[in-house]
Design a protein around this ligand. Structure first.
Ligand code: SAM
Length: 539
């Protein structure tokens, strides 16, 4: 009897060895899916053997730990980070200081933007004797975690080198950052994002990585309908894949609006959106996805890189992307926005495009703030929103009561002399005693007239002395819609004409830099900002 048991045990032992060798071979050949499958069989069998009376627990534990660590590595290669993390934790339960697992866990945590936890792993790994042979790359990871941890606390981003070198290679990895903001009920609609402290124009409000993003190369100016459909389908597949791998993401996406009954929606704590917040992170097994709800959510919250309030930093702007970013999805629209977005790789940076007061709602322009009310209304229909901001209200009243406004609109349609139309609008505003912000509203709405007039030498010769100086118009428009790249471009061109360019008069150049910070955010130092300004003109 005893002989039979020994033979059985030996056979099982041999089978275990075979499984381990096969899994290791697949792992070395980087056949990740097959190696995960084989390691899974090995792990189940190994765990079972550990409970048997004649087993060698020390040897088995060692094998189990290595198998879990390798399976974690394979899963992380397939970007199934949450499940990989689960394996690392399991391995560390078996051996709390297992060097390879600590390094693997640190790298996974870094990919998930959980910097301080990653830092902790690399710190312990560095104490291991094995660290001496790997010190260069370990110290590299350690320093990277430290840098990102600092960035995620302060939001002090500096992309100067990347910009000055002409956006080489892949876009830089950024750290996730959540500034002085909270999510609250909004008077605009449902929930909104609010400043909890004063925020200067140009300062970063948040930096966050896309849940998923899909890009397409632009051939010509627009994408064909077919390409757009394929792009949208791929994008949805990516979101579903992400959601299936992570409960936390599914739960957070589930908090986004479907554009209906927004006032009844819960207000989530902004802390939930920190990568390090505790959530039910694990499981790669099927998570139910309510596709109808998910599609409605994507319809309302996806953002495109070509939007008017977005800048994209990359070498060739010949592609176009659609993506989903969680926290920015709570930012409402305003025709007098106070924030803009900047895309760097898969990261979205939202910065203040005007000075913000504590308690003020942060808003983006979903649609062009430099077009007249009727066009804005038309465009807002596609967003399913009916904007009731002060500007829309004021312009609605003036359009309704003043025939001259209609005449100006007809003049634009008929292609009348832009200088004459600007003159007419300015004269009417004087007559109607339109001042301050209200003047800015109308100037912003008819920006196309102003920009064409200031851009035309012939027009300025004729009307230059009868219409306000560009400076004054820039100030009043910026006061109501914040920094805008088109306004910045005209200002730059004007400076160049005066023989200034980037070496223009100090005061004028300061004004350009101030506007540039409102347009791009404080993401580069002065020299690199000059490069961005050159790009803005060339655009
Ligand atoms: C990206 S979400 C913004 C956050 C949303 N309010 C929430 O509670 O989740 C976009 C949706 O917000 C609403 N919304 C945003 N700005 C609006 C505005 N200015 N006027 C009316 N509704 C607006 C619309 O329902 C729109 O579909």
């Amino acid at each position: 009897m005893a002989t039979t048991t020994t033979t059985e045990e030996e056979e099982q032992e041999e089978y275990l060895q075979q499984l381990r060798s096969k899994a290791t071979e697949l792992f070395i050949r980087e056949e990740w899916n097959d190696s995960i499958q084989t390691y899974s069989q090995f792990i189940t069998l190994c765990t079972h053997h550990l409970s048997l009376p004649h087993s060698d627990p020390q040897k088995l534990r060692k094998s189990l730990c290595i198998a879990l660590c390798n399976r974690a590595e394979a899963k992380s290669r397939l970007r199934d980070f949450n499940s990989a993390l689960q394996d690392c934790d399991h391995a560390l339960q078996v051996d709390a200081t297992h060097f390879k697992t600590l390094v693997c866990k640190g790298k996974i945590l870094l990919s998930l933007n959980r910097y301080s936890m990653a830092l902790h792993c690399f710190k312990i790994a560095l104490l291991d004797p094995q660290a001496s042979g790997n010190s260069e790359f370990l110290v590299g990871y350690f320093e990277k975690c430290k840098k990102f941890e600092f960035l995620s606390r302060t939001g002090n981003l500096d992309l100067s080198d990347w910009v000055l070198n002409g956006f080489p290679g892949k876009a830089p990895e950024l750290a996730e950052y959540i500034g002085a903001i909270e999510i609250r009920k909004s008077e605009i609609s449902g929930r909104g994002v609010f400043a909890t402290k004063n925020i200067d124009a140009g300062s970063l409000i948040l930096v966050t990585k896309a849940i998923a993003i899909e890009r397409s190369i632009l051939v010509g100016k627009d994408l064909s309908e077919d390409t757009q459909l394929v792009m949208w389908k791929n994008f949805i597949d990516k979101v579903v894949d992400f959601v299936r791998k992570c409960h936390k993401t599914r739960d957070l996406i589930g908090k986004l609006s479907i554009g209906e009954n927004e006032d009844e929606l819960d207000v989530p704590d902004v802390e939930l959106f920190r990568p390090e917040s505790i959530g039910e992170m694990h499981s790669s097994d099927d998570i139910d996805v309510d596709m109808v709800k998910l599609l409605a959510i994507l319809d309302v919250n996806s953002l495109t890189e070509d939007a008017v309030s977005a800048n994209v930093l990359r070498k060739n702007n010949d592609c176009y992307g659609v993506g989903l970013w969680l926290l920015p999805s709570f930012i409402n629209h305003s025709c007098c926005p106070n924030a803009r977005r900047l895309h760097v790789g898969d990261y979205l940076i939202v910065h203040a495009s005007r000075d913000l007061k504590a308690g003020e709602e942060i808003t983006l322009a979903y649609l062009d703030p430099l077009i007249p009310l009727n066009k804005r209304k038309e465009m807002s229909m596609t967003w399913g929103i009916h904007c009731k901001c002060k500007r829309c209200k004021f312009e609605g009243e003036i359009l309704f009561s003043k025939q001259e406004m209609k005449e100006i609109e007809i003049g634009i349609e008929r292609g009348m002399d832009v200088g004459g139309l600007v003159y007419k609008l300015e004269e009417q505003m004087k007559r109607w005693k339109v001042r301050g912000k209200e003047k800015g509203y109308l100037r912003a709405s008819f920006w196309s007239l102003y920009s064409e007039a200031y851009g035309s030498e012939r027009c300025m010769k004729r009307w230059g002395r009868r219409i306000p100086a560009l400076d004054a118009v820039v100030d009043s428009i910026t006061d109501v819609v914040g920094g805008d790249h088109r306004v910045l471009k005209i200002l730059m061109e004007e400076l160049k004409k005066k023989g200034g360019g980037s070496g223009g008069g100090n005061l004028e150049m300061e004004k350009v830099f101030k506007l540039a910070r409102e347009v791009y955010g404080k993401v580069v130092k002065k020299q690199a900002m000059r490069t961005l300004l050159e790009l803005c003109i060339a655009d």
